[in-house]
Design a protein around this ligand. Structure first.
Ligand SMILES: [Ca+2]
Ligand SMILES: [Ca+2]
Length: 272
C-alpha cells in the first residue's frame, strides 16, 4: 500500500548494491600488507630488513652461477641494499618498492603496507641478508617467479615460504667470522671471487659465537628447515566514483529513515 516509500527504498537499495559492486570491482589498485616472519628456532639465524618491490618483471638482481654484481652485493654483504633499490628504480621506474624494517630475530614478524597497481606491477621480487654471515641472502633469482596477481587483480600467491636449502651465498666475500655481520666487524671483507650459489651448511661454522643480539648462535638447520615466510593480505582501495555512490546511498537511507519516523509520528494523530 505505501508505494512511494517502498519504491524509494528499493531505489536506494539498488544504488547501494551498485556502490558495493563498484567497491569490490575497484580496478587494479589495492593495498597490500606484506608480513615477514622468521621461522627458525631460538638462537638461530636472523634476517636484515627485507627489500622488496612490486614490478613489471624487468629487474633481475642476480643469477645462480653468475658473479654477484653491486646491487645484490649491497644486500648480501651488509643488508643496507642501497644499490639494489637504485638499480631496481632504474630498471623499472613505475615499480612500487619498499623495505620491511627491523632486524628480524628468530620467531619475530614485521609488516609493511604498500599501495599497488596490480595490472602494472603484478610481479613480486625480494632480497634480504641472512645473519650471521659474510654474504648470505634470501631472494628470487627469476624476476617472473612470483606473479602475485592474476589478470583480474586477484591474489594468486598468498605466501612464500623459504627453506634453508634456498639460502644463497653471493660468492663475493670470503667466509671469515671476524668480518661477518652480527658476530664480527661488518665493514671488513676479503674478496671471494666466486659465483652465486646455494649454501646454508656454512652457517653452522658460526655456532658458539656471540651475536649482536646477545645470544650464542646455533644454526640448527637442515636442508628442509623452513626459515622465512612472506605473507600477503590485500584490501581494496575504493574509487572516488564508488565512494560518491556509496555516500549518496547512505544519505538516501538516512533521509528515508527520518521520513518514516515523521510519518510514524503523524499516523496515530490522523487515526485519532
Ligand atoms: Ca636472475
Ligand atoms: Ca661467501
Amino acid at each position: 500500500m505505501p508505494t512511494n516509500l517502498h519504491r524509494a527504498l528499493r531505489a536506494t537499495a539498488v544504488a547501494f548494491a551498485a556502490a558495493c559492486t563498484g567497491l569490490s570491482a575497484s580496478a587494479a589498485i589495492v593495498d597490500v600488507t606484506v608480513t615477514v616472519q622468521n621461522l627458525v628456532p631460538a638462537n638461530g639465524i636472523a634476517f636484515a630488513p627485507l627489500h622488496l618491490g612490486f614490478h613489471n618483471g624487468s629487474f633481475d638482481a642476480f643469477n645462480l652461477g653468475g658473479v654477484a654484481t653491486a646491487p645484490i652485493i649491497s644486500v648480501a654483504e651488509g643488508g643496507a641494499g642501497g644499490a639494489w633499490q637504485s638499480a631496481f628504480a632504474a630498471a623499472d621506474p613505475t615499480a612500487t618498492r619498499g623495505t620491511v624494517g627491523g632486524l628480524l630475530l628468530p620467531g619475530a614478524t614485521s609488516s609493511l603496507t604498500l599501495r599497488v597497481d596490480t595490472s602494472l606491477n603484478p610481479n613480486f621480487t625480494f632480497a634480504g641478508m641472512v645473519v650471521p654471515s659474510n654474504d648470505f641472502f634470501i631472494g628470487n633469482d627469476n624476476p617472473l617467479g612470483y606473479r602475485l596477481f592474476d589478470a583480474a587483480g586477484g591474489l594468486a600467491i598468498p605466501s612464500i615460504t623459504m627453506k634453508a636449502s634456498e639460502i644463497w651465498d653471493a660468492g663475493s666475500e670470503a667466509f671469515d667470522p671476524a668480518a661477518a655481520a652480527f658476530v664480527g666487524a661488518n665493514d671488513l671483507r676479503t674478496p671471494q671471487n666466486s659465483v652465486v650459489a646455494f649454501n646454508f651448511a656454512e652457517l653452522a661454522a658460526f655456532n658458539g659465537l656471540a651475536t649482536g643480539a646477545g645470544y650464542t648462535f646455533n644454526s640448527g638447520l637442515s636442508a628442509g628447515s623452513e626459515v622465512y615466510r612472506i605473507s600477503f593480505a590485500v584490501s581494496p582501495v575504493p574509487e572516488p566514483g564508488s565512494l560518491a555512490m556509496l555516500t549518496a546511498g547512505l544519505l538516501g537511507i538516512g533521509f528515508l529513515v527520518r521520513r518514516r519516523r515523521e510519518e510514524g509520528a503523524r499516523g496515530p494523530a490522523r487515526a485519532a
